[in-house]
Write a protein that binds this ligand. Sequence first.
Ligand SMILES: Nc1ncnc2c1ncn2[C@@H]1O[C@H](COP(=O)(O)OP(=O)(O)O)[C@@H](O)[C@H]1O
Ligand SMILES: N[C@@H](CCC(=O)OP(=O)(O)O)C(=O)O
Length: 388
Amino acid sequence: MSAGGGRATVVVKVGSSSVTRPEGGPDLGALAKLAGEVAALRQAGTDVVVVSSGAVATGRAVLGERPQPLLDSAAPSEGSGPRERSRDGRDVSLLQALAAIGQHRLLRAWDDALAGHGLVAAQVLLAPLDFGHRQQYLHARRTLAALLALGAVPVVNENDATADDEIRFGDNDRLAALVAHLVAADLLVLLTDTPGLFTADPRIDAEASLIAEVAEIDKALEAAAGGPGSAVGSGGMAAKLAAARIATWSGVPTVIAAAEEPGVLGAVVAGRPGVGTRFRARPRRLSARKLWIAFAVAPAGRLVVDEGAKEALVQREASLLPAGIVAVEGYFGADDAVEIAGRDGQVFAKGLSRHDAEALRRAAGRRSSELPPSVGEAVHRDDLVLLL
Ligand SMILES: Nc1ncnc2c1ncn2[C@@H]1O[C@H](COP(=O)(O)OP(=O)(O)O)[C@@H](O)[C@H]1O
Ligand SMILES: N[C@@H](CCC(=O)OP(=O)(O)O)C(=O)O
């Protein structure tokens, strides 16, 4: 499978619902099965990086009774005490504490399962920022390469305990896609509790059928995957689709398949038809920097542009000049990420703004000849990614 003739690399992500039992704690049977399949792949010349969820679910099981939220009704003092609730109303500090209680137990379960096949697990905890800072990115890449060279199996999770953002279920799908780019994987496999992507949520719609192959992720597909996920996981299919988009834009084909199916990893790597949903990779691989701009960094504002500017960006891959901007939305600083939309409101690109929002509001709609030379581009083409 490897393009270079050496060992191929596969990133395998397993969701909370597939590695923990409904009544709580790691599912040792499921881990033993997966460890056996990882060992078989390694034997056949394929390196495997595992991305495993399940820290929160494991921590919850350790504490037994449903833990009480740590928040009191008083607003926490800044910088100390429990943090605020997440947007969906969950107690972030509690989730972070549960992850810290569960993560090392989850890893021990993985290590035991892999040891049954003579393999050694290595814990790698990453934060989204690791993908934003070039040096951090290179460090992470070097460490993963060293682990694979040593024959260890990296088991990656998000660094939930100290992540500076809230824990979001489904984020490990995105993390796995970024890891697939990081290690230049040949394949990303997202293992979950359904056989793949269906035309509708199979738990709700009995008529739903499995989609075998996806050439391009479009709006209709996103609508089909819009439902919520399982009780313990919860990013749902939408998160997996978002991850598949990141990976395929990185040049990495992606498969969504059932974790519990016997021999699933071998079958997916061999490309056996009928197993899971396969997403074709895009021919043009985005650079790490453009991937980060497109998918890892949150937009701080939006630039609405006219038809001429849109055409210049899309057809000629030009930089965005202030003259083509018709509206500047939000408050952002220079170098912050901004979405770029047409007059119809459709976002078609994302980039890093050269100037802050105020400066762009002053410059919007004015020709370069009317502006001081220091203004230059609003978004330089090197900092701009088309999302079409
Ligand atoms: N179109 C769809 N096809 C398949 N599953 C879907 C679809 N829409 C929603 N789902 C739901 O997504 C769930 C998997 O997501 P999630 O629970 O987040 O998994 P994990 O914990 O493995 O990351 C499935 O159990 C399924 O009910
Ligand atoms: N990092 C968290 C889980 C995050 C996550 O994406 O969960 P899932 O949707 O089950 O893959 C944990 O280990 O509990």
